[in-house]
Design a protein. Structure first.
Length: 455
């Protein structure tokens, strides 16, 4: 049982997260092939102010400086992703040794600094060559992803002991093949999106098999999920049950739910098709059993990416947001209570220990006259969510770690550089100068105290 002196487990991991395209830059350096995001950003009209990730935070060239910053922040772990075409320029076949060596050097630098690496294999960096052969609408892409997992785990197998196969497959499908606001910018019907989702799940299955075959003995494998979370307006058994049902109910955005991806990956079947459109129901009825067997691979943990949630009444109806309720710079709602119930409900349904693999907020950060970056909103946001996480831990939910999103300001997808999520400020106009924000110093205190410094 947790105590006030040690509110989180003694082996709890405190970290921060990034993704390759958002920070690395070096978009065509040293033999790297183009990704769908390179192509998407180079096509006018997709990204705010016509910005691209060509340079981003130049982490590809400055990773040692960035690892030194991680040490100053006191990070115990760091989650990063593999840029697929940096390793396999065509998505399959010939390995780009220079790209693979970059991830070796980064991993070695982290280990030397005493920071545990967590590797995400897919944070949306699909090779353009594979997209031109159908991308996630082509089942062969799933097999190619298994090849990536094999190459990476063979190279890092003696160094990395924590892997995630996919990051937010919900976004890859809904935003990439639904709204078209993310790469590859497709706008397709629900059945086509469901096919893309299914192939992502097959890719997950292939990748887990490759990781089990090649990673170090005892390596931990999981998946990072996002989706709608509902939390009760009152903490009563009746209201909790209503919020649980609302969380996993397949709504009009069925493919954006946790259940659509995690039920097959962990439970071995898609969620019940009641209430789905006839087209989606028909699609699910045609899934062969061997596909579900491949998708369902033993996992060691579940990653949760959480930013907000919806309050529900005991009857399951959504409670409207109060007038003037807090929002982030991206106009996302601030709802820290969602954290407590998200980890609780996901553990209740899937029975796996969890890591919070993303949580944070965008702020309108700037350099003040004293040369520092003061971001009290981010500190308040993070503290509130961590207090809610502490409640779940005290109630017995096995949460093993927390990764703040993100380590540093970065390329925020279709918003370009207009949104800042980092604990470290990046001055893109001044030679990529890094400045640790007030929130970074505050987070170091949280880490040093294992959460005891929280209110």
């Amino acid at each position: 049982m947790a105590t006030q002196a040690h509110p989180f487990p003694q082996d709890f991991l405190w970290g921060a997260a990034t993704s390759a395209y958002q920070i690395e830059g070096g978009w065509n350096a040293d033999g790297k092939g183009p990704s769908i995001w390179d192509h998407f950003c180079h096509t006018p009209g997709h990204i705010a102010n016509g910005e691209t990730g060509d340079v981003a935070c130049d982490h590809y060239h400055r990773f040692r400086e960035d690892v030194a910053l991680m040490r100053k922040l006191g990070l115990q772990s760091y989650r990063f992703s593999i840029n697929w075409p940096r390793v396999l320029p065509e998505g399959t076949g010939t390995v780009n040794q220079a790209g693979l060596d970059f991830y070796r050097r980064l991993t070695d630098e982290l280990l030397e600094a005493g920071i545990t690496p967590f590797v995400t294999l897919y944070h949306w960096e699909l090779p353009l060559a594979l997209h031109r052969r159908g991308g996630w609408l082509n089942p062969e892409t799933a097999k190619a992803f298994g090849e990536l997992a094999e190459v990476v785990s063979r190279a890092l197998g003696d160094r990395v002991r924590h892997y995630m196969t996919l990051n937010e497959p919900q976004c890859a499908v809904f935003l990439g093949y639904g709204t078209g606001s993310h790469a590859p910018g497709c706008q397709t019907d629900l059945v086509t999106q469901a096919a893309a989702a299914h192939h992502l799940l097959l890719a997950h299955g292939h990748a887990v098999q490759a990781l089990r075959a090649n990673a170090a003995e005892g390596a931990q494998v999981g998946i990072a999920s996002t989706g709608g979370i509902s939390y009760p307006s009152e903490d009563t058994p009746e209201n909790r049950a209503a919020a649980y049902r609302a969380t996993f109910r397949l709504r009009e955005r069925a493919l954006f739910s946790h259940a659509w991806f995690l039920d097959p990956a962990i439970l071995g079947h898609y969620p019940a098709s009641d209430g789905l459109s006839p087209e989606l129901g028909d699609f699910l009825s045609q899934i062969p059993p061997e596909d579900l067997a491949l998708i369902r691979q033993p996992l060691d943990f579940l990653g949760l990416n959480l930013y907000n949630g919806d309050e529900v009444a005991p009857d399951g109806t959504r409670v409207p947001r109060a007038t003037g309720a807090a929002r982030t710079a991206l106009h996302w709602s601030v709802s820290p209570q969602a954290m407590r119930y998200a980890v609780t409900f996901l553990h209740q349904r899937y029975g796996l220990p969890l890591y919070v693999t993303e949580n944070g907020q965008s702020c309108d950060d700037r350099i003040f006259l004293d040369g520092q970056v003061h971001d009290p909103d981010r500190i308040d946001f993070t503290a509130r969510y961590l207090i809610a996480l502490r409640q779940a831990v005290e109630e017995g939910v096995p949460v093993r770690g927390y990764f703040h999103w993100s380590l540093m300001d970065n390329f925020e997808w279709n918003s370009g550089y207009g949104e800042r999520f980092g604990l470290v400020y990046v001055d893109y106009a001044d030679s990529q100068r890094r400045i640790i924000k007030d929130s970074g110093r505050w987070y170091r205190q949280v880490i040093e105290s294992n959460g005891a410094s929280l209110p």
